[in-house]
Design a protein around this ligand. Structure first.
Ligand code: DP6
Length: 333
C-alpha cells in the first residue's frame, strides 16, 4: 500500500487571523503574518486503502476523537474531489504540541495532512496550491506550508476568486534572527474552541471592525519592518495586534476570555524586560499561553525571566524559526 508521511511545524501569527468572511472556504477577513517554529513538529501519515469503506483516523495509533476524525474526513473529501479518486485512507497523526492550548496544533496538523494527502492522491500541487488546500483544513495551516516568516493574503472577492487569491507565501527577512519564548501557562483544553470564538466575535463584538481596519495598517508597517530587520517595530506591532484581537473577544456577547492569572504575570514580566532594555514583545492566541518574541541572542535571558513567573523552567520552551512542510518519507508497504 502506498504510504506518504509529511512533517510540518506550528506557526505563531504576529498579525493575527481572527474572523472569516466565508466559513466554507475559510476566507479570512484580514491578511495575517506569522513565524513558523522549529519546535513541536506534527507528522502525518496517509495510506490510501481501497479496502476501507470509510476513512480511519488515529492519533499515534489510537482512535482520534470523533469530531476531529470527521473534520479530517471532510478535508479528505476535498482531496478526493480534486484527484477524482474515491478511495478511503488511514490517517495517523503524531503531535508533539499539546492540543487545544492555543499553540496552533491544527496549523501544523493540516499543513502536514495537506502535503501527505495531496501526494498520496497524486495531486502534486505547487506551493501556492498546497497552501490554499491546507487553508481548507484550518486557516492558519496555509502559513505552515512555509518556513520562517509568511504572509497569508486575505484574497480578493468571494467564491472562486477569493479561493484562488487567498494563500500564503514566504516573506524574506534576512536581517532578523528571531526567537519565540513560549510560556506554557496552562495546557488544558481551552473552554471555547477558536472557531466558535472567532464566529462569535465577528457576529457580536462592536470592537471587531476597528481591529480589522487597524490590522491593514499593521500589515504595511510590519512588512516594511521585516524587510528592514527592525525587530522592535515588528514586536510592537505584533503585541498591539494580538492584544487588540483579545480586546475584540472581550467585547463579544457573551465575552470570550482566554487570559488566565498566569497570563498577566508573564505579560507584566515582558513589560519589565523592556523597561530593563531587553527587546521582548508578547503575543497570544486562542489560549492563555504567552509567546514572547525576541532576538535569538536574548532568548536565554528572556526564558529565565519568564520562567520565574510561569511556574518554572519546564513551563518555558525556546523556539526559533523553523522549516516549511516537507515529505518525511514515502514507500510501499
Ligand atoms: C488565534 O486557523 O485554528 O491562532 O481556520 O477556524 O481552523 P480555523 O482557525 P485557526 O485559527 C487560528 C487563530 C489564531 C490566530 C492565527 O493563528 O492567526
Amino acid at each position: 500500500m502506498n504510504s506518504v508521511a509529511a512533517v510540518a511545524h506550528p506557526n505563531i501569527a504576529l498579525i493575527k487571523y481572527w474572523g472569516k468572511r466565508d466559513e466554507a472556504l475559510h476566507l479570512p477577513m484580514t491578511t495575517s503574518v506569522s513565524l513558523t517554529l522549529r519546535e513541536f513538529p506534527t507528522t502525518t501519515t496517509v495510506t490510501v486503502r481501497p479496502d476501507l469503506a470509510a476513512d480511519r483516523v488515529t492519533f499515534a495509533g489510537a482512535p482520534a476523537p470523533e469530531a476531529f476524525a470527521e473534520r479530517v474526513s471532510r478535508f479528505l473529501d476535498l482531496v478526493r474531489e480534486l484527484s477524482r479518486d474515491r478511495r478511503h485512507t488511514a490517517v495517523d497523526t503524531v503531535n508533539t504540541v499539546p492540543t487545544g492550548a492555543g499553540l496552533a496544533s491544527s496549523a501544523a496538523g493540516f499543513a502536514a495532512l495537506a502535503l501527505a494527502a495531496a501526494t498520496a492522491y497524486g495531486l502534486d500541487p505547487d506551493p501556492r496550491a498546497l497552501s490554499r488546500l491546507a487553508r481548507r483544513g484550518s486557516g492558519s495551516a496555509s502559513r505552515s506550508i512555509f518556513g520562517g516568516f509568511a504572509v497569508w493574503w486575505r484574497g480578493a472577492g468571494d467564491g472562486e476568486s477569493g479561493d484562488l487569491s487567498s494563500f500564503a507565501e514566504p516573506i524574506d527577512a534576512p536581517l532578523l534572527n528571531p526567537a519565540l519564548v513560549v510560556a506554557l501557562v496552562d495546557t488544558r483544553e481551552k473552554a471555547v474552541p477558536s472557531r466558535e470564538a472567532m464566529r462569535r466575535t465577528v457576529a457580536t463584538s462592536p470592537f471587531y471592525p476597528a481591529w480589522v481596519e487597524e490590522s491593514a495598517r499593521d500589515l504595511d508597517r510590519m512588512r516594511r519592518a521585516l524587510g528592514e530587520g527592525d525587530l522592535a517595530t515588528v514586536g510592537e506591532i505584533a503585541e498591539a495586534n494580538a492584544l487588540g484581537m483579545h480586546a475584540t473577544m472581550l467585547g463579544a456577547r457573551p465575552a470570550v476570555r482566554y487570559f488566565a492569572p498566569g497570563t498577566f504575570r508573564v505579560l507584566d514580566r515582558v513589560l519589565e524586560l523592556r523597561a530593563a532594555g531587553i527587546g521582548a514583545w508578547a503575543t497570544m492566541d486562542a489560549g492563555p499561553n504567552v509567546k514572547v518574541l525576541c532576538d535569538s541572542r536574548d532568548s536565554a535571558a528572556v526564558a529565565a525571566a519568564v520562567a520565574e513567573v510561569a511556574g518554572g523552567a519546564e513551563r518555558v520552551v525556546v523556539t526559533t524559526a523553523g522549516p516549511g512542510a516537507a515529505l518525511s518519507g514515502s514507500g510501499h508497504r
